[in-house]
Ligand binder design. Structure first.
Ligand code: NAD
Ligand code: TYD
Length: 355
């Protein structure tokens, strides 16, 4: 069995669906089900005996230790996090709780579990920590992209809390020998993306006739990666990555926010034309995010060189699939936005454990 934390979130649920389509192994999803956790994402696995779910906080040491003792995983893939920069500006406390204390708790429990494993299992155990390019801070227009040796310089409470967790993971490898792997990925997009983030927010606001909010001048740059490419990279790192190493993951797709929003509007103009005008007419420039990082870009050559990974999607193919997915899944959108999925949660997951 492998453990996944945060498997009901955007990337975690894509990862579980992707993993179970290719591997015949049991997966235990440990998720607190915060506002960002949506078990609907995984409803296609309702009758799949390989999928197990436990609602728990990763900072709850007793529960996490009991799960390790009961299920004896061969690996843990740690996706759980508070992940939205804007929320971290309004209420950083939750970010410290989950991203720092939660990651620390997982490391402590994993370390004690790993220490007592028989030699062969000890050798093959992995703690894979899923992190972000935001730990590296911000780039100037002509700076080279972030590599694995770029010094950390986080600028938001979110990225600072992720940086703290990366440092703890590093220390647990160097101090205790825990076989850790860390991935630092650029901005993801794709199916099941919670509509507080730029791409799903813009698609859904456009369809609702609402303003498309662009922070500041909209010339900030992000390096976008289709979520299934991130999942493939994580699978490669889990299978063949070297313990103690970090791997940057990115799509070589630097775009300004304005370019992204224009692209989304143009696709929607083709797929779902308005009666008059273009979706671009809904663009509204709003007050900038405090401390807004200007540019992120990832140098993913180490992953390509050492593990042969390359993204399968271009930005054009991935963004077209993403828009199509939101148009084809109105029920998912309705549930997420109405809070209806919370009621479903109580119904389906009223019990704490459903393994
Ligand atoms: P998300 O916000 O969509 O999902 C986070 C999940 O973690 C949710 O299911 C939530 O319920 C769960 N969770 C939160 N706190 C928890 C706790 N204390 N205990 C147990 N579960 C808890 O996030 P995401 O976008 O899927 O990101 C997943 C991981 O990937 C994060 O670690 C994030 O930092 C990293 N990452 C994200 C991106 C991106 O573009 N979204 C890019 C690079 C790295
Ligand atoms: P976001 O999706 O929140 O990801 P991150 O902050 O982790 O990169 O934002 C992506 C970019 O889009 C970022 O530069 C902030 C900008 N943005 C807007 O301009 N308007 C919005 O309403 C949102 C949510 C983001």
């Amino acid at each position: 069995m492998i453990f996944i934390t945060g498997g009901a979130g955007f990337i975690g649920s894509n990862f579980i669906l992707d993993y179970l389509s290719a591997h015949n192994e049991h997966v235990l999803n440990i998720d607190k089900l915060t506002y960002a956790g949506n078990p609907f994402n995984l409803s296609s696995l309702d009758n799949d005996a390989r999928y197990h779910f436990v609602q728990a906080d990763i900072a709850d040491r007793e529960t996490i230790a009991a799960l390790f003792a009961q299920h004896r995983p061969r690996a843990i893939l740690h996706f759980a996090a508070e992940s939205h920069v804007d929320r971290s500006i309004h209420s950083p406390g939750e970010f410290i709780h989950t991203n720092v204390n939660g990651s620390f708790t997982l490391l402590e429990v994993a370390r004690h579990y790993w220490c007592d494993l028989p030699p062969v299992e000890k050798e093959s155990f992995r703690f894979l920590h899923v992190s972000t390019d935001e730990v590296y801070g911000t780039l100037g227009p002509s700076d080279p992209p972030f590599s694995e040796t770029t010094p950390y310089a986080p600028n938001s409470p979110y990225s600072a809390s992720k940086a703290a967790s990366d440092h703890l993971v590093r220390a647990y490898h160097h101090t205790y020998g825990l076989p850790t792997l860390t991935t630092n990925c650029s901005n993801n997009y794709g199916p099941y993306h919670f509509p507080e983030k730029l791409i799903p927010l813009v698609i859904l606001n456009a369809l609702d006739g609402k303003p498309l909010p662009i922070y500041g001048d909209g010339r900030q740059i992000r390096d976008w990666l289709f979520v299934s490419d991130h999942c493939t990279a994580i699978r490669e790192v889990l299978a063949r990555g070297t313990p103690g190493e970090t791997y940057n993951i990115g799509g070589w797709n630097e775009k300004t926010n304005l370019e992204v929003v224009h692209t989304l509007c143009d696709i929607l103009d083709r797929l779902k034309p308005k009666t008059a005008g273009s979706y671009r007419d809904q663009i509204a420039f709003v007050q900038d995010r405090p401390g807004h990082d200007r540019r992120y870009a990832i140098d993913a050559r180490k992953l390509e060189r050492e593990l042969g990974w390359k993204p399968a999607e271009t930005f054009e193919s991935g963004i077209a699939k993403t828009v199509r997915w939101y148009l084809d899944n109105p029920q998912w959108v309705l549930n997420v936005r109405s809070g209806g999925y919370l009621k479903w949660l109580e119904l389906q997951y009223g019990r704490k454990e459903n393994t």
